[in-house]
Design a protein around this ligand. Structure first.
Ligand code: MN
Length: 741
């Protein structure tokens, strides 16, 4: 009896939660829907509630709260409209429930069905444990079909990341790796800066929880004093800005935890010494035609009061970034001599920078600028169409091309071309036209002849001389970075191979004819003998005389018109990845015991990765390499993201069981003030006092500062932490960081 009451109570509670979430969604949509939108959204909501009624999330809450929240994000945080809301509400039903795509098409029409189908396909690929590069290609293919698919997928990912807490640790790590490998850069590229920042912060919270919480705590503690500083900074500006006579807002925003931590790591300064923890943003409300001149007027007002640092001036108002970002940035020296980054922009620019793609479309055609996203989508299509079958190569092309910063260069007529940073003279030739690339013989940059692999810089003017008899060679691949040039060169090489191959094939045909053996079976036999992946490779090798046909054929005899290999004793020399059950001698005594994939590590031969040098107590995972057996990495190893994203199927969960008798090596990077010859002694004494042995010691000094790299033998992370703290206590030491490669 009480049980049914409980169930009833729970059902009522669920219902209340679901209705509240739905009302919240409608509130954000207020004013964006007409009557038919309202009806359709209601219909989608009811379908989702019904379809997911038996499912719960890992956290225990009713599953349907997830699609409702994803829908809210697409409206509130991406800026999409009713169609996207309907698709977001339905994004998991085809995948997880009995509702079919046909049902959806019937009820909501072709457009919604198309988008939901895209989302379902994306999801299916994720469950299949396939390599990340494959998944990424799918994401991009749907992107060029309808951008909303990817924008909804981003919202889905954001909600999943925000609610990752109830997932098991190894799943959290995998999802975080995938997010920072694909979704954060994609968000950046689509101009969704707030998504990118939140993705990075949430990933850091998972991979480096201690650092994350310590930085966020420090940010909290310094909030008051930062706010006071911004007030102090703004005060003298106000009356001057008022005089310009346009409405404006001033915001002082702290930077993201991730970007602060990045600064601590790369600049090797402690938190307390990072002064540009925040950026001041001045947003003016002016019509599009006056944006540029007013932005510069504000710039001039500010720099009348504070001294600017000229190298830090970035003018993305005149030339927007390739992802659509427009803003005028400068860094000035504010009160107390601190650096303050100032961003000046219009309301329109601000909306674009916050909401990227969606907002950009709203303002399409403003200021008569070419649509940067259309241009970008064209290049995505280009890479997808000309792309190679090798997904990993594809993703590398993609990451260097479409996520990177850009250089602006000019044709002899003064037309501007935008290329990714690092692009070469030859890349430029291919960007003008494939034929110009193919036949490029000489390239001049600013009227001077340069090698084809010459790296371009902003403002370069380039002219290309062509010759019909010129053609690409293998070595050209090393002289380009853009995906377009690479894929064009590769396909030219393939064509060349095919042409050469047909010579090889003819040669074999003559040979086998003379020997009176069947052509097809003989080719098959040789391909197998050399272990070529296909026939074309054999033909090519024959044409290029890479193999000696005469001596090879001596290893065969002819039997009833077929080539038969003369059997020899063949030695098996294949190296295999160690498998469970193989017994291998331990390299040193006191090997720590681990739990790998839920089983005792005694069944495995493993070693510690030298890139991140795990220490007992670190968060770790196991990775099965192709040739070097199993390696144990730290969860926050710099390589982890790449490994998890690309080779997720080779990753096993790993945990420490015991390792009390083992010794680990760890490296610390210590920076500080070089106060004389006693520095080395001070550091070593501090370490020896803790009974820790030093394995290596390197120190270099420069203008009163030193940087030391110290290798330690420690037994666990507690001991390591103790060493870090104790070194930090020395008054000439400013930072102590565990080395990450
Ligand atoms: Mn989902």
């Amino acid at each position: 009896m009480t049980e049914t009451v409980d169930i009833q109570k729970r059902e009522e509670e669920d219902k209340r939660l679901i209705i509240a979430a739905y009302r919240n969604l409608l509130r954000t949509l207020d004013g964006k829907m007409d009557d038919s939108d309202k009806k359709n959204i209601r219909k989608a909501y009811e379908l989702a509630v019904d379809a997911h009624k038996k499912q719960r999330r890992k956290s225990g809450e009713p599953y349907v709260l997830h699609p409702i929240e994803v829908a809210r994000i697409t409206v509130d945080e991406v800026g999409l409209g009713p169609t996207a809301v309907i698709c977001a509400l339905l994004h998991d039903v085809v995948e997880d429930t009995e509702v079919t795509l046909d049902d959806i098409r019937e009820k909501f029409g072709d457009k919604v069905a198309l988008i939901v189908d895209g989302l379902t396909k994306l999801d299916a690929s994720y469950n299949a444990d396939s390599p990340q590069a494959e998944n990424f290609k799918k994401v991009l293919t749907t992107l060029v079909e309808d951008v909303r698919v990817v924008l909804i997928k981003m919202s889905d990912r954001l909600h999943n990341m925000r609610t990752l807490g109830s997932m098991p640790r190894h799943k959290q790590l995998k999802i975080a790796a995938e997010t920072s490998y694909i979704y954060a850069p994609l968000a950046h590229r689509l101009g969704l800066y707030s998504f990118k920042t939140e993705f990075q912060d949430l990933c850091m919270k998972i991979t480096e929880p201690d650092t994350y919480y310590s930085v966020s705590k420090k940010l909290q503690e310094t909030k008051k004093s930062r706010e006071q500083y911004i007030e102090e900074f703004i005060a003298p500006l106000r009356s001057e800005l008022d005089e310009i006579g346009v409405p404006y807002r001033i915001l002082g925003r702290p930077k993201s935890i991730y970007s602060i931590w990045n600064k601590i790591k790369t600049k090797k300064v402690p938190f307390e010494e990072i002064y540009d923890l925040f950026a001041v943003r001045i947003i003016i409300d002016v019509p599009p035609k006056k944006e540029k001149s007013f932005c510069w007027m504000v710039y001039s007002t500010i720099t009348d009061i504070y001294r600017p640092i000229p190298e830090r001036l970035k003018d993305w108002v005149t030339t927007p970034k390739a992802n659509g970002y427009e803003s005028l940035h400068t860094t000035i020296i504010g009160p107390k001599g601190r650096y303050v980054e100032v961003q000046i922009r219009s309301e329109r620019m601000d909306e674009i920078s916050e909401k990227g793609f969606a907002a950009h479309w709203k303002y399409k055609g403003v200021n008569g600028q070419p649509d940067v996203f259309d241009t970008w989508l064209d290049s995505v299509r280009d890479i997808l169409e000309n792309g190679n079958e090798n997904a990993t190569e594809f993703i590398n092309d993609f990451k260097t091309n479409l996520f990177s910063e850009e250089v602006y260069v000019y044709t002899p007529n003064g037309d501007m071309k935008v290329l990714p940073k690092g692009a070469t003279a030859l890349d430029f030739a291919f960007s003008i036209h494939t034929d110009i690339g193919y036949h490029a013989t000489a390239i001049k940059v600013n009227k001077k002849l340069v090698p084809m692999g010459h790296t371009l810089e902003n403002g370069d003017q380039i002219s290309v001389t062509t010759n019909r008899s010129q053609k690409p060679s293998e070595s050209w691949l090393k002289m380009v970075v853009t995906g377009k040039a690479r894929s064009k060169i590769r396909s030219a090489m393939k064509e060349e191979r095919r042409r050469q191959g047909s010579f090889g094939k003819e040669l074999l045909q003559r040979k086998f004819n003379n020997m009176k053996v069947d052509f097809d079976s003989a080719v098959e036999a040789l391909v197998k003998f050399f272990n070529y992946p296909n026939h074309a490779d054999l033909y090519f090798a024959v044409a290029m005389e890479e193999i000696n046909l005469i001596s090879t054929l001596k290893k065969f005899k002819v039997e009833t018109g077929k080539l038969v290999q003369i059997v020899e004793e063949k030695k098996e020399e294949e190296r295999k990845v160690p498998v469970k059950g193989s017994r291998v001698l331990k390299r040193f005594s006191g090997t720590p015991k681990l739990l790998i994939g839920g089983e005792s590590s005694e069944q495995y031969e493993y070693s510690f990765a030298t890139c991140c040098k795990p220490v007992l107590g670190d968060d770790i995972f196991a990775y099965i390499t192709a040739t070097a057996g199993m390696k144990i990495h730290r969860a926050n190893c710099a390589n982890a993201e790449h490994l998890m994203a690309n080779y997720g199927y080779r990753i096993l969960k790993a945990e420490w069981v015991s390792g009390a008798n083992s010794e680990f090596t760890a490296e610390l990077i210590i920076t500080g003030v070089d106060d004389g010859p006693g520095v080395i002694q001070k550091l070593t004494r501090q370490i020896n006092d803790l009974d820790i042995n030093i394995r290596s010691f390197n120190i270099s000094g420069n203008e009163g500062y030193f940087e030391a790299k110290v290798g330690l033998f420690v037994t666990n992370t507690d001991q390591l932490t103790l060493a870090v703290k104790s070194l930090q206590n020395l008054d000439n030491v400013s930072t102590v960081i565990r080395e990450e490669v």
